[in-house]
Design a protein around this ligand. Structure first.
Ligand SMILES: Cc1ncc(COP(=O)(O)O)c(C=O)c1O
Length: 442
């Protein structure tokens, strides 16, 4: 097929996620390399979101490709109850990357399945049923994970799962209270959370599920002391702390896993995306030694045909090797520093930029109608005029490919991006923000 035929055929036969189908215009991709991809007309685009914040190592990584090919040559699949070397190796490598309290991993195919299974494990282990998660969160779109999710992508699943409780995020920029310090913000949010735990019944809560750093919903970085405070509340009330590292894991934030920024040890960690960088699907649930030991004599009532698929695990081992051997964390921290500086410059020079938030190569630009009132550029969950889509279109005209969520532009390029490439791309954002200033700011 040529590019036009691919597009036409997709539009005729394929349902695309999260979209009204009528006016879709998918770019047919002919080739891809590093941080770039090309359409069938030879136009080059820059992937400034690592696709869905999963292609951490960019396109065409030969080490990952080769590992998949080698596994194909040995065998593509054996079921979860058989021994596959790639599965054994990856399980060991993942546990070695975790704090010493972590014991075993249960493999899944993706992020949603990881969170669903984490919740099941937490319920089985604690014998309790309630699960806390936050409003500004995304944990996947299958039934259970979609109910953990707090943002509007949850609505299609409602009425939801009984016992799934939402609490407020530490979203300091948009809080009604003006905090004197990060510590004051932390105290406020933890007090409210503890109150809510008490109202729900301290003996009924199995787990608190959090994106360690909120991703799609705007890179909400917890204020100082917040995560250790949640950890302390979990310990006080016998609640398991589940960190969703589906987006933040695998070097994205400048650490292998984002919880390392906060000096905490979760009870359960979920991951997906960057473990294989999208070359093949894989996810997983890491549990403590204590939880793992519980299932020595109790049935682990979780199962998936493709749990620990050998091809995916082979890709996973190659990715872990590459993160380490290519010192990806050094690049994330160096280029991430520059990203932060450039975003602060954009905030200072554009009226439409209310806030910028960034850590490693994980960032968001929050757009407002007015810096003073902080009125969001589009109302929550209701961008009826498609303004953010238009802004995305302006970026796309410049071949800067990313996605937006609510009133935010997300920027999370592949972790192999160079400083020169980043600077070149941010010039395009600067241009587009000038248009937004002129068109939408009061
Ligand atoms: C934090 C987080 N958790 C879970 C998911 C769901 O992952 P998947 O789409 O692989 O099911 C996502 C997807 O973007 C995510 O960002």
């Amino acid at each position: 097929m040529n590019g036009e035929e691919i597009k036409r055929t997709l539009k005729e036969y394929n349902l695309q996620s999260w979209s009204k189908q009528k006016n879709l215009n998918p770019i047919p991709v002919e080739k891809a390399e590093g941080i770039y991809f090309w359409d069938y007309e030879g136009n080059r685009y820059t992937d400034m979101s690592s696709q869905l914040v999963n292609m951490n190592l960019g396109f065409g990584n030969q080490a990952i490709n080769q590992a998949i090919k080698d596994q194909v040559d040995q065998f593509c699949f054996v079921g979860p109850s058989y021994g596959a070397e790639s599965r054994a190796e990856l399980a060991k490598r993942i546990i070695k990357l975790m704090p010493e309290n972590m014991g075993k991993v249960f493999f899944t195919n993706a992020g949603a399945e990881s969170n669903e299974n984490a919740v099941k494990i937490a319920r089985m282990f604690t014998g309790k049923h309630k699960i806390f998660s936050r409003y500004r969160s995304y944990h996947g779109s299958s039934f259970g994970a979609g109910n953990l999710t707090g943002e509007p992508r949850r609505y299609a699943l409602e009425p939801g799962v009984p016992g799934f409780i939402k609490f407020f995020d530490p979203y300091v920029y948009r809080e009604a209270v003006d905090f004197e310090s990060e510590e004051a913000a932390t105290k406020y949010y933890l007090t409210k959370l503890e109150e809510q735990i008490q109202y729900e019944g301290t003996d009924s809560i199995a787990a608190i599920v959090m994106e360690t750093i909120t991703g799609s919903n705007g890179i909400l970085i917890p204020p100082k002391g917040y995560m250790s405070g949640v950890r302390a509340l979990c310990d006080k009330y016998g609640i398991l702390m589940i960190c969703d590292e589906v987006m933040t894991g695998w070097c994205r934030t400048g650490k292998m896993f984002a919880f390392e920024h906060f000096d905490i040890k979760p009870d359960i960690v979920t991951f997906a995306k960057g473990v294989t960088c999208g070359y093949v699907p894989l996810g997983g649930v890491v549990v403590t030694k204590e939880i793992a030991a519980y299932f020595d004599d109790n049935l682990l009532s979780c199962g998936l045909t493709y749990s620990g698929h050998p091809l995916s695990c082979a890709a996973g081992v190659a990715c872990v090797n590459y993160y380490e051997e290519a010192n990806i964390l050094d690049n994330v921290n160096e280029v991430g520093m520059l990203l932060g500086e450039k975003l602060e410059e954009l905030k200072a020079s554009h009226d439409c930029v209310g806030d910028v938030r960034y850590i490693g190569l994980f960032s968001a630009i929050e757009l407002v109608k007015s810096k003073e009132t902080k009125e969001a550029l589009v109302p929550y969950g209701k961008d009826t005029q498609g303004i953010m889509g238009k802004i995305l279109g302006l970026l796309k005209e410049r071949k800067f490919m990313t996605y937006t969520h609510e009133n935010m532009i997300l920027i999370a390029p592949p972790l192999i991006i160079t400083k020169e490439q980043l600077v070149e791309e941010l010039v395009k954002v600067d241009e587009v923000l000038s248009i937004v200033d002129d068109t939408y700011v009061k």
